[in-house]
Design a protein around this ligand. Structure first.
Ligand code: UDP
Length: 234
């Protein structure tokens, strides 16, 4: 598979064309940002860990009946994925109150919900990814009603699969963000990444944070937390 032009460079990843128009290569960086790009830094080795973890989890999800963009891991930091047109929604599932939910509703971090919640943000950096409901997404033609229904179903399926997977490894899946895309035939597929950058992971015994909150909140031990999650994975 030949790597061609760089078509996109985001905060944590670069995307390259290949000789197959249906496939692109994702290259994971160690760069980290938080608070809509206000806080910047690097987390040594993060790209390698996020690449590996995301790929393993995507394969697990694919096996559970959720279509994903994953095709093949090419190297430590590079993965071949199906090219999608991104649905500009960040889909967030929560099992436990934390982060922006705790702040918005004035509830302590760690409150366990009776059932998981779902919410959407409009993926738009200039606007700061504002929270939106599905009627807003429909009004702005971000996705069809059928697509939104499917995205919701997949997102809750992902939560079931990954919560159980991490539980076996002594990790509580607190919350996470997903992004979906459309393949050329319109099929909705899970895209982007699933990693400590996009999930909150708490140690089941100690509740220690093992994710990007260590970077966001200057808790220290950022690299160690990513390495520990990698260790739990394998
Ligand atoms: N999240 C993400 N990208 C974003 C916003 C959130 O990956 O742009 C993830 C975040 O890591 C967490 C979950 O989505 O696992 C919920 O994040 P929250 O809304 O609490 O926002 P935060 O407190 O991170 O600003």
């Amino acid at each position: 598979m030949e790597k061609r032009d760089l078509i996109y460079e985001g905060k944590a990843k670069k995307v390259y064309l290949t000789d197959d128009p249906a496939l692109v290569i994702v290259d994971y960086k160690d760069d980290a940002t938080a608070f809509n790009g206000l806080k910047k830094g690097t987390i040594a080795g993060k790209g390698v860990i996020n690449n590996r973890m995301s790929n393993l989890l995507m394969q697990r999800l694919e096996a559970s009946g959720i279509p994903t963009h994953y095709v093949e891991e090419l190297s430590d930091r590079e993965t071949l994925v199906r090219r999608v047109s991104v649905v500009p929604l960040e889909v967030i599932i929560r099992n436990i109150a934390a982060g922006s939910f705790s702040k918005r509703y004035g509830v302590k971090e760690g409150v366990v919900f009776d059932q998981p919640t779902i919410e959407f943000s409009y993926k738009n950096d200039d606007l700061g990814d504002p929270l939106m409901n599905e009627y807003h997404a429909l009004a702005l033609h971000l996705a069809s009603a059928d697509e939104i229904a499917l995205i919701k179903r997949y997102a809750f399926m992902v939560n079931e699969v990954l919560s159980a997977y991490w539980k076996e490894r002594g990790v509580i899946l607190v919350d996470f963000k997903l992004e979906f895309g459309r393949l050329s035939d319109g099929t909705i597929a899970l895209a982007d990444e699933i990693s400590p950058d996009t999930c909150r992971f708490w140690d089941a015994q100690t509740s220690e944070k093992l994710d990007k909150d260590r970077f966001r909140r200057d808790l220290g031990g950022v690299e160690d937390a990513y390495s520990e999650m990698m260790r739990r994975l394998t």
